[in-house]
Design a protein around this ligand. Sequence first.
Ligand code: FNR
Length: 184
Amino acid sequence: MTAHKIAVIVGSLRQASYNRKTANALTALAPESLVLESLDISKLPMYNEELDDTPPEEWVIFRTALKACDGFLFLTPEYNRSIPGVLKNALDVGSRPYGKSAWKGKPAAVISVSPSAIGGFGANHHLRQCLAYLDVPTMAQPEAYIGDAAKRFAEDGTLTDESTRKFLGEFIVAFADWVATVKG
Ligand code: FNR
């Protein structure tokens, strides 16, 4: 069985991020067919097309890492009913130069995590809108809106809510199937 390398992209820079904690829980739950590797988006300079004649080293490293992986797992907070700017910047950096997008054609899944009850629905779907344009085949079901996040983790970041663990376990297995389907 070939293991697929999946870049985990978290749209929060907080040390104590619930999205990061969820990503960590998923890494422990992933089947052997997926190798999850976190990609850092915190150091990417803001996208400016004029810089792309001689792109910043951080952009080159990020694009190379995206091209080396088989798919993407996004975890996003919701900021003002959309995705955080740092995540949008990462999407933009990876999408250029024009015609050389590092996102195109690779399978992805989206999870939104929020302390609010709605679970980041707005951000989840704004991200899906970008991914549709970027020609990223994104898993439709199961959807993942993790609300009330503060109640689901212990102080040390451990996932303590069993129903969330069960859901995430099913989610990551469904994603492994989706990756296998898209990658053929
Ligand atoms: C938020 N937060 C928030 N939450 C939400 O459910 N819907 C929203 O529209 C917003 N808007 C928003 C804007 C800004 C600028 C901030 C800083 C925060 C709260 C947000 O869900 C909360 O800070 C989460 O803890 C962020 O995710 P991480 O960092 O825990 O992964």
